[in-house]
Design a protein around this ligand. Structure first.
Ligand code: SF4
Length: 257
């Protein structure tokens, strides 16, 4: 079974000269109000992750920039100055906008009520586990959103697991088909240095968009195909379809052997 460290090394080499955030940067270019460090600001980070649910990076960036234009600075107080309808309109391009607007509103309310308007107040210094529990108690924040926060804002070596990473790890065989969120995360972290984990997360997402796509993965051009159990299973099916093993046995039986 292939190890996550091996996958990391192969992908790192494969994407050595590639900008992993090309689409997002293209979208951001030309918008003066945006600063890249906003992604690491705690409240913006939570809002961006909610906006990214069930949509691609480009539409997430568009929704975020529209919201930024609307409120000037993304803070819980500024969000609560909007009506839910205004918020929905601003983030419409990202899809599921009514649900996301509701989540962001409830999140802003909770941050104001329980943490005086500052997400920093919920951070328990030196205790990512306790911080994670507090994050998970916020409206609209699930395991992935909490781990994105821990990885980017607290730099504590988490690997958030999204749909691309779930698909890839199961196909390659790093985890079993039935593995859950925590099991995937645990296996992926094995052998990966803390400083490399965000990079690994980003490499896997890029790879899931470019090569190991949900439909029609590009197995023939894949740098991991020699290590992939899914590709081996597919190759077995192709061999049988070419007339060997399965059909051959059926044919021999038909002839009475
Ligand atoms: S060989 Fe195919 S299924 Fe396996 S990792 Fe590569 S693209 Fe994905």
């Amino acid at each position: 079974m292939v190890k996550s460290k091996q996958v990391f090394q192969i992908l790192e080499k494969f994407y050595r000269n590639v900008d992993l955030w090309k689409e997002v940067k293209e979208e951001m270019r030309g918008f003066k109000g945006f600063r890249e460090k906003d992604f690491a600001s705690p409240f913006s980070n939570l809002v961006i992750t909610i906006l990214s649910q069930n949509t691609n990076a480009k539409n997430t960036a568009r929704a975020y920039l529209n919201l930024l234009k609307k409120v000037g600075s993304i803070t819980p107080e500024n969000i609560l100055k909007l009506s839910e309808r205004e918020l929905s309109e601003a983030i419409k391009v990202g899809g599921l906008y009514r649900i996301k607007a509701r989540r962001i509103m409830l999140l802003a309310q909770k941050i104001v009520e329980e943490y005086g308007g500052s997400v920093n107040e919920l951070i328990v210094k030196g205790d990512p586990r306790r911080t994670r529990e507090r994050l998970l108690a916020l409206p609209g924040v699930g395991a992935k959103t909490a781990d994105v926060f821990l990885a980017y804002c607290m730099k504590c070596g988490e690997i958030p697991i999204d749909r691309h990473i779930t698909r890839i790890t199961k196909r390659i065989g790093i985890v079993s088909r039935k593995a859950n969120y925590d099991e995937i995360k645990r296996e992926l972290k094995k052998g990966i240095k803390r400083k490399d984990r965000v990079r690994f997360h980003e490499l896997l997402i890029r790879f899931g968009k470019d090569i190991c796509r949900a439909r029609n993965p590009l197995c023939e051009n894949c740098p991991l195909n020699a290590h992939c159990s899914w590709e081996r299973a597919q190759a077995g099916i192709r061999t049988r379809d070419c007339g060997s093993t399965g059909r051959h046995v059926t044919w021999l039986r038909h002839l009475g052997h």
